[in-house]
Design a protein around this ligand. Structure first.
Ligand SMILES: Nc1ncnc2c1ncn2[C@@H]1O[C@H](COP(=O)(O)OP(=O)(O)O)[C@@H](O)[C@H]1O
Ligand SMILES: CC(=O)OP(=O)(O)O
Ligand SMILES: [Mg+2]
Length: 398
């Protein structure tokens, strides 16, 4: 089998990519390089680092913000140059919303791309960003095999109260239910936990994916039992620019008293709330931790308080808590935030090892802690590559 997959992970704050070597076996593939494509004034900046630490790519390509094609053409050429003895098998994409129908990764066809496009109203910030590279690559390289892996798919196991809102039943039949997101990250972490702590799938585990977007997953026996995001990526934890849990009465008030329409609400809820809205300064936790203003402190405090409250809520869905896992940009790299959340969970038996927390790799709980606390770096791109390789195998691509 040709052995490289390029994975594109278009999120709310970046387009990350990975180049992975895939093998015959359905194991998690090994990263050869990873990087990011970022918009600059009238251009795209491409950077990549090889897994051996060598700089792989550091280039600027001219192109407008709504036209990814020149940047992707360069990225493909780079991936094909970097292939060594292998060749590029496929390009895999993260797609945030799979709606009620996409339960598994798929090979992309024009019909499926159109179906993914029809889900845009369910994820207006993310779905267009996921579709842009799919459409651009389809136009410049129609021969290339492309696949999609869905953030919602890992949460297909949600049922009963975890999947439902207290709304009139007819709305549920229309698809207004809880879907859950960050599933590629949770899939990866569930697999890593089997390697790091073999024989422990029955542990009642909460995974905290704390990035620009942030959510929690209650995990038992390798399956999602509950999660904090729901119908959309707005619910649950406070995020970089999203408010998380919010009294819907606020929205009705803004519509009646301030004349807000759907566009204004969407703009406020996706782009101007969360850490940015409360601090009035930045959506980036690094900036806020380095800022001694009261507003920055209040934003961090709200993030931490909501985080601890909702971890306890997830523990209720699991009827207890044995293990807590931190991941995502903040979860992996910000020991102050982990420690502040941990202190608020002492009543559940969470005790940190301060030195372990400073290192932030693997176990960070004290020996006396009833709850095992771990930091596990996530790799959504590896899951995309694994899925793409499985589809290629199933379809007989060599
Ligand atoms: N290396 C790092 N050190 C400290 N904080 C980081 C680091 N990387 C990311 N973060 C924090 O994580 C957040 C972004 O998370 P990330 O998972 O990269 O976002 P995305 O949702 O776009 O994938 C920001 O608030 C940032 O402050
Ligand atoms: C689902 C979601 O919020 O994604 P991201 O973290 O990439 O914004
Ligand atoms: Mg992300």
């Amino acid at each position: 089998m040709a052995d490289l997959v390029l994975s594109l992970n278009a999120g709310s704050s970046s387009v990350k990519f990975g180049l992975h070597r895939v093998s015959e076996a359905a194991t998690m593939p090994e990263a050869v390089a990873r990087g990011a494509v970022k918009a600059e004034a009238g251009a795209w900046h491409l950077s990549a680092m090889g897994s051996d630490g060598t700089a792989g790519l550091d280039e600027t390509v001219a192109g407008e913000p709504d036209d990814l094609a020149p940047a992707l053409a360069r990225l493909l050429a780079w991936a094909e140059e970097a292939r060594g003895s292998g060749s590029l098998l496929a390009v895999g994409h993260r797609v945030v919303h799979g709606g009620p129908d996409f339960a598994d990764p798929v090979r992309l066809t024009p019909e499926r791309i159109a179906a993914i496009g029809r889900l845009t109203p369910l994820a207006p910030l993310h779905q267009p960003r996921c579709l842009a590279p799919i459409r651009a690559l389809t136009a410049i390289r129609p021969d290339l095999l492309q696949t999609a892996s869905f953030d919602t798919a890992f949460h297909r196991s949600l049922s009963g109260p975890a999947a439902r809102y207290g709304l009139p039943r007819a709305l549920e039949a229309e698809g207004i239910r809880r879907y859950g997101f960050h599933g590629l990250s949770y899939d990866f972490i569930a697999g890593r936990l089997e390697v790091l702590e073999p024989g422990s799938p029955g542990l009642r585990t909460v995974i905290a994916h704390l990035g620009n977007g942030a959510s929690l997953c209650a995990l038992k026996d390798g399956r999602s039992v509950d999660t904090t995001m729901g119908f959309s990526v707005l619910d649950g934890l406070l995020m970089g620019t999203r408010p998380g849990t919010l009294d819907p009465g606020v929205l009705v008030y803004l519509m009646r008293e301030h004349g807000y329409g759907a566009d204004q609400l969407e703009e406020m809820l996706y782009h101007r709330s969360g850490l940015l809205g409360v601090s009035g300064r930045s959506s980036d936790m690094r900036d806020l931790l380095g800022d001694d203003s009261a507003e920055a402190g209040e934003a961090v405090d709200l993030f931490v308080t909501r985080g601890a409250q909702q971890i306890a809520m997830m523990a209720t869905s699991l009827a207890g808590l044995d293990r807590l896992v931190f991941t995502g940009g903040i979860g992996e790299h910000q020991p102050e935030i982990r420690a502040a959340i941990g202190r608020r969970l002492a009543f559940l038996g969470v005790v940190f090892d301060p030195a372990g927390n400073d290192v932030g790799d693997g176990r960070i709980s004290a020996d006396s802690s009833r709850v095992t606390v771990l930091v596990v770096p996530t790799d959504e791109e590896a899951v995309i590559a694994r899925d793409a390789a499985a589809i290629c195998r199933a379809e007989g691509y060599e």
